[in-house]
Design a binder for this molecule. Structure first.
Ligand code: ADE
Length: 327
C-alpha cells in the first residue's frame, strides 16, 4: 500500500515473561499512546495538535494528515518528501525533530518537537521590528540550521518566518519540509551553489496547480532562479535568508506587492529599497544575498564571516546561550 512503513520508529516497554522475569519489548507507538490537547495550527492537508506521551509525560506536536484527502489531492509525494527529509535531519537543535510516525485507517501521524512559542512571524509582528542584536541572534541560528540542512543534502525551498518556529527557550526550530529537495549525494565535500539538476517537483511546477496556488501569499521569499528557470539550488535558501534578515530589521519583506504576479515582477527585477535607518552593515549583507545570479550570492561560509555576524561564535554554543531579550 501507499503508506507502508520502512524502519518504523519504536518505543520500549517492560513486560514480564512466563517465568516472571522482566523483558524489554519493542512496541510501536500509536495514537493511543498520546493524550491529544490543543490545536497548534491548521494547514490545507494537516492539523498540528499538542500531545503528551502517556508513558513519559513528554510533550510533542503531532501533525495529523488525512489520507483520503492527500491521495485525492495528489500530495502523497510531498508527504513522503517531508518524512524522508525529517528522517535525515535528526541531529540538530534547529530542525523540528521527527520522533515517530504511525497511522490509523483515516490518518497519518508525525510526532514532532513541540515549538511552544510559535512562529517567528508572530513574534516579529508583536515587536514590529527586531533590533540588530536580536536579528543577529535569530539570523545566526537560522543560518547555522541552513548550513546543517545543506551539509545533509537537503534544500528547504520554502524558508520564511512562518516556517521558523521558536521553542519554550525562544530558540529556533525550522519546520515544513514538504517542499524540500533531497540532493543525490548528501555527503560529498560541499561545493557552493550545486544542486540536484533540473526540477520536476519544484513548488512552482506548473503541472501541480495546487502547489502553485498554495504559494499565494508566500511568494515574497521565492528566489529569482525558481521563477525564471524553475530550478532551486542551495543558494535559493540563502536568497530567502536575505529576505528574512531584511524583514526582521525592516518589519516587512523586501518584495511585496498587491498580488503574486506583481511580487514576482519585483523579484526578477530586483526592485526593493531599504527603509531609512536600516543599519549599514546589515544593508551590505542583504545586498550581497539579494543577488539575481545564484552563483554570485554569498555562500554560507562567507555569510558567517561577514562583519554583521562578527560577534557571533558559531557552533553548538549558539544553542546553549541565553537568548537576547526582545525589546
Ligand atoms: N505548528 C506547526 N508545527 C508546530 C510545532 N512543531 N510546534 C508548535 N506549533 C506548531
Amino acid at each position: 500500500e501507499e503508506w507502508e512503513e520502512k524502519g518504523a520508529a519504536v518505543g520500549v516497554r517492560q513486560e514480564t515473561d512466563v517465568n516472571g522475569r522482566p523483558v524489554l519489548k519493542h512496541v510501536k507507538k500509536g495514537v493511543k499512546d498520546f493524550h491529544f490537547g490543543r490545536t497548534l495550527g491548521e494547514g490545507s492537508y494537516s492539523t498540528v495538535i499538542a500531545a503528551t506521551d502517556r508513558q513519559t509525560g513528554k510533550e510533542y506536536a503531532i501533525k495529523v494528515l488525512d489520507k483520503r484527502h492527500i491521495i485525492k489531492e495528489k500530495k502523497v509525494k510531498y508527504v513522503n518528501i517531508e518524512k524522508d527529509t525529517l528522517n535525515r535531519l535528526t541531529d540538530h537543535p534547529g530542525v523540528v525533530r521527527l520522533y515517530y510516525t504511525f497511522q490509523d485507517e483515516q490518518s497519518l501521524y508525525f510526532v514532532l518537537d513541540l515549538a511552544s512559542s510559535g512562529e517567528l512571524l508572530g513574534v516579529l509582528k508583536q515587536m514590529t521590528t527586531f533590533d540588530e542584536e536580536c536579528t543577529r541572534f535569530y539570523g545566526a541560528e537560522i543560518l547555522d540550521t541552513i548550513d546543517y540542512m545543506h551539509a545533509r543534502g537537503v534544500i528547504h525551498r520554502d524558508l520564511k518566518p512562518e516556517n521558523v518556529l521558536l521553542d519554550d527557550q525562544m530558540h529556533v526550530k525550522i519546520t515544513d519540509f514538504g517542499t524540500a529537495k533531497i540532493l543525490d549525494q548528501p555527503k560529498k565535500p560541499p561545493r557552493d551553489h550545486e544542486d540536484g539538476g533540473p526540477e520536476t517537483g519544484s513548488p512552482m511546477d506548473g503541472a501541480d496547480v495546487n502547489r502553485a496556488k498554495s504559494f499565494v501569499g508566500t511568494a515574497e521569499y521565492v528566489s529569482p532562479e525558481l521563477l525564471t528557470d524553475k530550478q532551486a539550488c542551495k543558494a535559493s535558501d540563502l536568497w530567502a535568508f536575505g529576505c528574512i534578515i531584511y524583514q526582521l530589521l525592516a518589519g516587512r519583506p523586501p518584495f511585496k506587492a498587491g498580488n503574486e504576479y506583481l511580487t514576482f515582477q519585483k523579484i526578477v527585477n530586483l526592485e526593493y529599497q531599504f527603509p531609512k535607518g536600516f543599519p549599514a552593515v546589515a544593508k551590505d549583507l542583504v545586498e550581497r544575498l539579494l543577488v539575481l545570479d545564484p552563483a554570485r550570492r554569498l555562500s554560507v561560509e562567507h555569510i558567517k564571516n561577514h562583519q554583521f555576524f562578527d560577534s557571533v561564535t558559531w557552533g553548538r554554543g549558539l544553542w546553549r546561550q541565553k537568548v537576547p531579550q526582545l525589546k
